[in-house]
Design a protein around this ligand. Sequence first.
Ligand SMILES: [Zn+2]
Length: 109
Amino acid sequence: MKRKIIAKNKAISQKLARERIKLLFSEAEKAFSEHPERAKRYVEMARKIGTKHNVSLSGGLKKRFCKKCGGFLVPGTNCTVRLDSVKGNIIFTCKSCRTVKRYPYKKKK
Ligand SMILES: [Zn+2]
């Protein structure tokens, strides 16, 4: 009985954590143009929440920050996005620390 309650609480806290992460990323997006440092801080907080509650950042959010320097990434501003159509990769390059990330993309049949 007790175990069930814990499991339920965990599900609730993970749901809340996901919502907070989403919120922090949207705040980071808003703050970025004027306060890039603040945006970085939001990303840091979102990642901490994810680790604490064992919530993985969804695919879309993972592409929004640099894993190495933790900066919030805005394509065309502080990161470049290129397509490698030969290998089928999307390549993100962080301009502040030069970290390159590759994501495979699949063509829909
Ligand atoms: Zn970086």
